[in-house]
Design a protein around this ligand. Structure first.
Ligand SMILES: NC(=O)c1ccc[n+]([C@@H]2O[C@H](COP(=O)([O-])OP(=O)(O)OC[C@H]3O[C@@H](n4cnc5c(N)ncnc54)[C@H](OP(=O)(O)O)[C@@H]3O)[C@@H](O)[C@H]2O)c1
Length: 251
């Protein structure tokens, strides 16, 4: 049991999939929750309803996290409504799925911007809203940051940049009592996987090779996120925690 009552969390992409599981997990510990989304208003309204059912304040903000002006506007509304932030979960991601030989400069820039640069801007907006007690930042990454996965070259490179940025932010923000870490997940069967041309193969391969014998679930990711934002994890700084049932250690 982790007591997060009185705390405020912002979860980007918190209305579906992994982000929603994290938002609900934090809400169950008493944390007020702001979720962000891009298009799907129905999913956003449903997520807010589920979070409120846990007895905490919840709001959804529509903004493309890759767009600086939209981010700025979102933080204006968020600050007005919540006044502070204790926990930032940088979870929303996008990107072009193609073999490297088919990637254009535009594909590359879009993917790097939305998956890596966004963390920088989220943190720059969030840190002034974190009080003297500091705060927690968790960025969600994937094994594609360190492994070659078909179609995943741009997204994998963006996740590697994200993980490097986390190390630098961690060193810069540790004196402010802010922990910055990465949670890197194995394959999770969310709607995001429907965009992968090789979805079935990814799932089959992961099920076969994961020592734990099953895919990672959004709840698995949420459980470890809760640990990372708890006081028990206060000396975990600038690192990548892998949640994949052992997939990455198999030869
Ligand atoms: N699924 C996997 O196998 C897996 C594995 C490892 C890591 N991850 C990482 O986990 C994170 C979440 O993935 P997921 O599988 O849970 O995805 P998902 O089910 O597709 O959910 C994506 C969420 O992000 C929001 N979103 C997408 N683009 C956005 C943008 N530009 N601005 C704001 N919100 C945006 C979506 O909002 P709308 O509903 O409005 O579209 C939705 O709430 C990502 O960082 C992903 O790389 C996923």
């Amino acid at each position: 049991m982790v007591d997060l009552s009185g705390r405020v969390a912002l979860v980007t992409g918190g209305t579906r999939g992994i982000g929603r599981a994290i938002a609900l997990k934090l809400a169950r510990q008493g944390c007020a929750i702001a979720v962000n989304f891009m298009r799907n208003r129905r999913a956003a309204a449903a997520a807010v309803e589920l979070i409120e059912a846990e007895g905490v304040k919840a709001k959804a903000y529509r903004a493309n996290v890759g767009n600086e002006a939209e981010l700025h506007a979102m933080f204006g509304e968020f600050q007005h409504e919540f006044g502070r932030i204790d926990i930032l979960i940088s979870n929303a991601a996008s990107g072009v799925l193609k073999p490297a030989m088919e990637l254009t400069r535009r594909h590359w820039t879009w993917t790097m911007d939305i998956n890596a640069a966004t963390l920088l801007h989220l943190v720059q907006h969030s840190v002034p809203l974190m009080g003297d007690g500091g705060g927690k930042v968790v960025a969600i990454s994937s094994l594609g940051s360190v492994r070659a996965i078909p179609q995943y070259s741009a997204v994998g490179a963006s996740k590697a940049a994200l993980e490097s940025l986390v190390r630098h932010l961690a060193v810069e923000l540790a004196p402010l009592n802010i922990n910055v870490n990465v949670l890197s997940a194995g394959v999770v069967d969310t709607e995001a996987l429907k965009h992968f041309p090789n979805r079935d193969e990814l799932i089959r391969n992961s099920e076969e090779k994961t020592p734990a014998g099953r895919l990672v679930t959004p709840e698995d990711v949420a459980d470890v996120t809760l640990f990372l934002v708890s006081d028990a994890a206060k000396m975990i700084q600038g690192t990548t925690i892998v949640v994949d049932g052992g997939y990455h250690v198999v030869a």
